[in-house]
Design a protein around this ligand. Structure first.
Ligand code: BES
Ligand code: MN
Ligand code: MN
Length: 455
């Protein structure tokens, strides 16, 4: 294809777009929440739907159930290929069909499982993360149709939101079905709905469960209160001790780094506060550019805390407390090293010598892109063409831990991390949505990348 065909492709994406929105609406209605059971019937149905959609684009897509490392049944994965010319380059298209749970539908303005269009955005759980990725691949393959000049392989995963437990054995068992020159992971996003980006880095992640014990059993808070601090207070002190006065983590051995490829543009604080719904009086924690705090410095969130509920509480001093820390690690730090640094810190800083036990859970490595890879340059050109503005590359604070695994197994593959999200997408939150105009431009971008790679 020549450059002239960009307008032809744009026309094709445009005329196919109502089908793509319909696909997304059907996908949202499938409620493919992997947290409700990776091996559930609802996940199988979701995988089958995705396979049928890709089959319409000429991919011999099929559903394969993976196996966990311990031999038990794993996720329903969609794999397949469309081989046009054995001599042409091969591109692996990745997305995931599982979605985050909806713990409280009343926090949504629309039904989370009914796609609803409002002001150019389509709302629904998984509309962006990662129904948008599936929509991009489907739309790009449809736009190229018989003009596709590369071999395409697809992998639409069914357990990404659960940390991809069966991923490694699955790729190892299906090496040939994954082997590619370029891998497009459509599970991240753009600077904004208007400004496209390649994702230059992702943080890694590791979770720790911390148990703090001060007493053999709960005791009367009047009789013992004063010298004995309750386990909740001691936990709060322990958690607080990880930060300095600016709210920056102060843990030896927990790494930070510079933005990958240099910082092209910092994140605007006002927009960031508005997108996050941050209360007005709150001062942002940490030092350095906002972008580096989000992308390449570590962060820790308490994502679970076992304590007595307020309702029905009575006058006792809690003997133990348990909390879960979710640690986001700098892209280049091994998560096990980060977990060890935090574990050592927590044990060394046990307030008043309370007993602190730490258990390490899931871990995933971060990732950085190769800005000089040929495919990165092609992708930037395609984004410029499709969106009509200069791309601004960005890191991501989120994690996609299988990318470094893919890169390790296929060291020569060039990985492009793209995707449909923008700062207003509310992935994992109530009122998740995708910007439809941006989705159209993302589809055109991917069609242009595939077309360029096929030249
Ligand atoms: N699509 C996200 C990753 C992401 C988040 C990319 C924000 C760009 C912006 C992915 O689905 C995700 O949520 N990953 C998990 C991984 C975890 C389960 C190991 C995450 O980041 O929490
Ligand atoms: Mn995702
Ligand atoms: Mn997600």
């Amino acid at each position: 294809m020549t450059a002239l065909d960009a307008e032809e492709l744009r026309g094709r994406v445009e005329s196919d777009f109502s089908r793509v929105v319909d696909l997304l609406n059907q996908k949202i209605a499938l409620k493919s929440v992997s947290a409700e059971g990776i091996t559930g019937e609802h996940m199988k149905r979701s995988a089958q739907f995705v396979a049928e959609q890709l089959a319409q684009e000429g991919v011999d897509a099929r559903v394969v159930q993976s196996r966990n490392p311990d031999g038990t049944d794993g996720a329903y994965e969609v794999i397949g290929s469309k081989i046009v010319d054995p001599a042409a380059p091969t591109v692996l298209l990745y997305a995931h069909h599982d979605v985050q749970p909806v713990p409280d539908a009343s926090a949504w303005s629309t039904d989370p499982f009914v796609g609803t269009e409002i002001d150019g955005r389509l709302f629904g759980r998984g509309a962006a993360d990662d129904g948008g990725g599936i929509a991009i691949h489907s739309g790009a393959l449809r736009a190229l149709g018989d003009d596709l000049g590369v071999n395409v392989k697809v992998f639409v995963e069914g357990e990404e939101e659960m940390g991809s437990p069966s991923f490694i054995p699955f790729i190892e068992a299906h090496r040939d079905e994954f082997d590619a020159d370029v891998i497009i992971v459509a599970d991240s996003g753009n600077w904004s709905a208007e400004v496209p980006s390649l994702t230059t880095s992702l943080r890694g992640n590791t979770d720790l469960d911390v148990t703090l014990k001060v007493l053999e059993h709960p005791v009367h808070s009047g009789q013992f209160g004063g010298p004995i601090l309750d386990a909740n207070t001691l936990s709060a002190m322990l958690i607080g001790s990880m930060y300095d006065k600016d709210g920056e983590l102060a843990i030896e051995g927990l790494a930070s780094q510079e933005p990958v490829g240099g910082l092209q543009r910092d994140i605007d604080e006002q927009g960031f506060r508005a997108d996050g719904g941050v209360v007005e009086s709150y001062r942002l924690a940490g030092r350095d550019s906002l972008a580096s705090r989000l992308w390449v410095k570590p962060s820790i969130a308490v994502i679970g805390f076992d304590a007595h509920p307020v309702e029905g509480s009575f006058n006792v001093i809690a003997d133990t407390a348990r909390f879960r820390l979710s640690i986001r690690t700098a892209p280049s730090q091994r998560p096990e090293d980060a977990a060890k640094a935090v574990t050592d810190f927590l044990i060394a800083h046990a307030p008043f010598g309370a007993e602190v036990r730490v258990e390490t859970l899931d871990q995933g490595m971060g990732w950085s892109m190769d800005p000089d890879a040929e495919a990165s340059k092609d992708a930037m050109t395609a984004m410029r063409e499709a969106f009509g503005v200069e791309p601004v590359n960005k890191g991501e604070g989120g994690s996609i831990p299988f990318i470094p695994e893919l890169q390790r197994i296929f060291p020569d593959a060039q990985v492009l991390v793209t995707g449909p999200e923008d700062p207003k997408a509310n992935a994992h939150s109530p009122n998740e949505s995708i910007d439809l105009k941006s989705l159209k431009n993302n589809i055109l971008t991917e069609a242009l990348i595939l077309s360029k790679l096929g030249e």
